[in-house]
Design a protein around this ligand. Sequence first.
Ligand code: GLC
Length: 417
Amino acid sequence: MTNLQTLDEKARTVLRQNDKGHYTVPTHGLYPYQWNWDSAFAAVGFANYDIDRAWVELESLFAGQWDDGMVPHILFHQEDPGYFPGPDVWQGRGPIPSSGISQPPVAATLARRVFDKNPDVGRERLSPLYDRMVAWHRWFMDWRLDDGAVCIDHPWESGRDNAPDWDRGMGSIDPVGVGEYTRRDTTHVNSDMRPTRYDYDRYIWLVQRGARLGWQQSEIVKDIPFRVADPTMTFTLLRANRDLLALGALLGRDTSEIAGWIEILEAGAQSLWNPQRQHYDGRDVLSGSWADSLSNASFLCWYAGLDSEPMRRALREVLANVTYGIPSLDSRDTRFDGKRYWRGPVWGMMNMLAGLGMSEMGLPEGEVLRRSTAKLISEHGFAEYFDPRDGAPAGGQSFTWTAAVWLGWASPSAEAN
Ligand code: GLC
């Protein structure tokens, strides 16, 4: 077996080890439940060798959908004392114990990749999921828009937990009454790779507020303490609507509502354009201030179908300053920290989304990114994330989405099948 075949096999082993039968954990220990966008990536990984299992992953995710359309960011299928905050803190009100917030909607886009692997199976499995996806996207459109951009109500909703984009909003929260709690994440990995205590108090305070309000969106938006218009959410939802529209057309559905959402989000994405810095940015809705953060989410613009010369220029500059793909924060930024989660490290799955978008829009950097991600994984393994300067693996190990990114995009064999 060549080295690359061995890596394909190792990636499948990671997925197998993290497979709980009908859902996949991101990694044992640190993340012992089903996470929303992690699962959508897992499905792409499975689709390479087990199409049925790929659809099962997506079906389990949508089985947790709430009656208002929201699809939670965590489904607590089975209790695990190794994770905090668990179901008792969240008090979700869906059919499966869950968190009360969502995560970037990549599922429709990645379901389309799964569909394309085997359209006959896809047609049958997609049909019931399609309506659930529409309802989920409608929930974002109903509850999360500001000036046409999609907002988050909790940093965890963005999937980029401690990105500098939320610093301003987090700073205006006084986490009074949060009480005593014991973090579990720092028992699994080194604390310098994790968010700080300051951040955690505010994360938990926001969860407690949502739980107290029964996660009723109409209550949550009143006097809201945290709301940021987020490039991750805006670009992934815009892209997901394009894919959902294509899938709806394949199924012979009326897609006019989705076409309307695409128009709103295309215009809304422009409200994330930071005119001073000339790039897409996080916008704190409550204070009206910019994050001044050139992040890997800024570079999801092509994935969303939006090209521009200033973003191409920004991309070239950012890539020139690191070795492995797009850092979660520009390495020239004074807030850059190459080991701390979403404040510097490079993430394989973000490289994949950004790279796919670039290749689709004819940017040669898409292929550059694919190759550098392949090099990163083949040299440093299936870690949760990596230092973008030297590739040092960080966070959890044997990570589902890194294995899935290898199988579904980065590996040379991904093209062949
Ligand atoms: C972290 C990441 C988030 C991911 C989760 C599980 O919270 O920030 O994006 O979904 O871990 O991997």
